[in-house]
Design a protein. Structure first.
Lengths: 207, 250, 250, 207
């Protein structure tokens, strides 16, 4: 499957040389410093990433009042947790939407690849691919089935298409049989896919 | 309108490539992502966005506006069939390189010559010229972002619960209005506080200066027709005010 | 429906590459064109088409039906975005190679190994095994063609001057109904004498067995809307009877 | 412009090797003879090609009654000329349409690349390209302008989209100031583009 995005070595080598030449020229011309790009990449290893989203979701699971505040005013509730950079690039205006017994949410960007960087990091390739962007709004239930998630007909599916300021993310349902887990253990169960709405959070293995 | 504005809803595309969870398919893609993000962090519009960055104190020769719009224009204005020939970050690399050539930062010849050099010597190093003040601005930008939020305008044209129709403005190179919503009927579910500046004009498409943004819901059956839509499905989109028309205007 | 069925009418594609008048962009393209045409000349359906060829006397191991439909199915059933990544005859090469592998004439491994050989030795010759009787059949086929014309059916459903609506049948892999005409209103301008056999069933799309064919005219303004069409322009298309509905059925 | 269809050498070499391997295997397996493909290609050099169409058009220009018969029953009128293979592959059901002071005709195949082989040979790359196939039915006048042909608004444009049996070709208008030319000289003026309807036949240079 992943071959759709894998190109031949020559093509990759040509792109690699071109981007290196571009970066080198921009450094020489004073547009970039030689430490600028690395600073960007480091940010997504340490500050912005799905580890933040997972901790927010776990907090919402263990604290119903926190969850209510998170849905009511997402930036304010995230600020309570005192993570770094939570209103940073692509997180200036975030909004959480919650799955429930009656509703399943899915986030998408049909025009490009908008994504809530501070809480989820950078999006995977399939999210940016025209196939997901085309099908996600037309047949979200079929797309979810391919990902192994069957949504019953009487459960509403809500698809959130980013085309202006808001970057959405999903609070998945807390899995059954997770009563014995603490907040940190719960956070470890939460995947980026679950916070995009293409996966559920599975129950932990029985103790 | 271009095909890339109408991606939503195309049929018979086959499975989503869900198993490719990588963010970058090749190491080189990280570099173009990084270059783009640094450009956003030193864009001249940042003295007008929130927070207001002290950009004049940052030593850089970059003197242009670079926002997501700049990047999107590159991909959306491609010949539509060409759009599908390139992987996501290949399109970034094409658009950004062309921008630096068009704006005179580098020449096509320089880039070509140096590309040949790195093709022959892939491990040849980059110039060593750190820029700690710019690095600080990059980190600051990543932590504090870049919001177009403005004070609300005097008149808010729609209220929660209003039925609205989506406009179908001319859009050649860039739009924030997905094709599949054009001429469809929806319901306002939220009026976002304040107005939003997009920083870049989209010309006849209509975005220019701050305006209100609404969350609008659409029944899937109203978009794709009752026979060709999945049951019990609602699509929400954030739409700029200029993209909406009151129901009585139809 | 797939994007490749809806090519007619896509907007903002930029100029037509009129200056490329070549039929073949590379020498190798001639070979795949030739292979396809030989396959058509030895297709097993030719004992049912006009003229009835004495195919049993032609020494060939080819024992399948190969018509334009077979080739079209290959291109039309491609993942739509993949369709635009390949040049015209590249798609032929992909479809025809896959056909021979799928039907067991050659194995993928054989083809791959021999491709590597010719990649390393591009001037290495083809096997010398002429087949004069087959060659004669190829020449005969090229001179006399392959018609699906049949006696007219009892009932001709439409007459010249009738207003008709175009149907919108399900079409996943192959159709002869252009997307831009679906659900549009037209006028019958000619009822072709006789009925026509397409030789290959298009499944739910509807072609299966002989049927009447009509020439139908459409005002450009009825297709693209009065504001988005050029003046004084009429589009004519040949449509199989199953693709047409009488106006009162709407 | 033609770079749209020109790919890098590696890609061409890979296709060339693959098609040669395929042909070699099909010869070995008895599906083709080693002289089969060459027989096909020779046909388009000697029997089927735009040289036929040009002669048919020239005859129609010099003989109004022939032109009437050609429009009324195209195969029968073509048969009068006793060319070879005129009802052969992709010419089983041809139809001529005539340009006039009030009508301009254009042929196209939006679904694939149907083309009247016996009279026009094989189509050029742009005719097979999705750009022409998309635009030709939506904005034929704009496409014609790019080809240098401006059709006045009061002249009707007819676009003929092949999707079943018929293969159309266009009888262009006879150019002005061509009275002194004989049939053979007239035929030499007729281009394949004129018989597809994307070009006019220019007047001959003054004598």
């Amino acid at each position: 499957m992943s071959s759709l995005f894998e190109y031949d070595k020559d093509r990759e080598a040509a792109s690699a040389a071109k981007v290196r030449a571009l970066e080198a020229l921009l450094i020489k011309k004073g547009v970039l410093g030689s430490d600028s790009v690395d600073a960007v990449l480091r940010h997504f290893e340490t500050v912005a990433g799905p580890f933040n989203g997972a901790r927010i979701v776990a907090r919402a699971w263990v604290d119903a009042e926190y969850k209510a505040r998170l849905l009511e005013d997402t930036p304010k509730a995230i600020a309570e947790l005192q993570f770094q950079g939570m209103t940073g690039a692509e997180g200036e205006h975030m909004k959480a939407v919650a799955n429930s017994v009656t509703v399943h949410n899915l986030i998408i960007c049909t025009l490009c690849s908008c994504y809530p960087w501070p809480v989820l990091g950078l999006p995977p390739y399939w999210y940016k691919d025209p196939v997901f962007r085309s099908r996600g709004v037309r047949e979200p239930r079929a797309v979810l089935r391919e990902f192994g998630v069957t949504i019953p007909e009487d459960k509403e599916v809500k698809v959130w298409d980013s085309s202006a300021q808001i970057r959405w993310f999903v609070i998945p349902e807390r899995p059954a049989h997770s009563e014995h887990l603490n907040e940190e253990q719960l956070a470890a169960l939460v995947t980026p896919e679950a916070m995009m709405g293409v996966a559920l959070v599975p129950s932990p293995p029985p103790v | 309108m271009r095909l890339q504005h109408y991606l939503g809803g195309l049929e018979n595309l086959g499975p989503v490539n869900f198993f490719e969870k990588k963010v970058f398919m090749a190491e080189w893609e990280k570099r173009i992502f990084g270059i783009h993000t640094v450009m956003m962090a030193e864009s001249v519009h940042l003295d007008k966005s929130l927070p207001k960055y002290p950009l004049s104190e940052v030593p850089t020769t970059f003197k242009d506006t670079w926002t997501w719009a700049s990047l999107r224009i590159g991909a959306e204005s491609m010949q539509p069939f060409e759009y599908f020939k390139y992987r996501y970050y290949e399109k970034w690399l094409m658009g950004i390189s062309q921008f630096f050539i068009d704006r005179g930062y580098v020449t096509a010849k320089e880039l070509e010559t140096l590309t040949e050099h790195y093709r022959a010597h892939p491990d040849s190093p980059l110039p060593e010229q750190p820029n700690p003040v710019l690095k600080e601005q990059v980190v600051r930008y990543l932590h504090h972002g870049d919001s177009g939020l403005r004070a609300p305008m005097d008149e808010v044209r729609f209220a929660v619960g209003d039925t609205v129709y989506v406009a179908d403005p001319e859009a050649a190179d860039h739009t924030r209005l997905p094709g599949f919503l054009r001429n469809k009927k929806g319901t306002v579910t939220e009026v976002y506080p304040g107005a939003f500046e997009y920083f870049v004009s989209t010309g006849p498409d209509g975005l220019d200066g701050p305006q209100h943004v609404y969350c609008v819901s659409f029944l899937a059956s109203d978009i794709w027709g009752p026979d060709k839509s999945e049951p019990n499905t609602v699509i929400y989109a954030d739409l700029f005010e200029d993209y909406l028309k009151p129901v009585h205007s139809m």
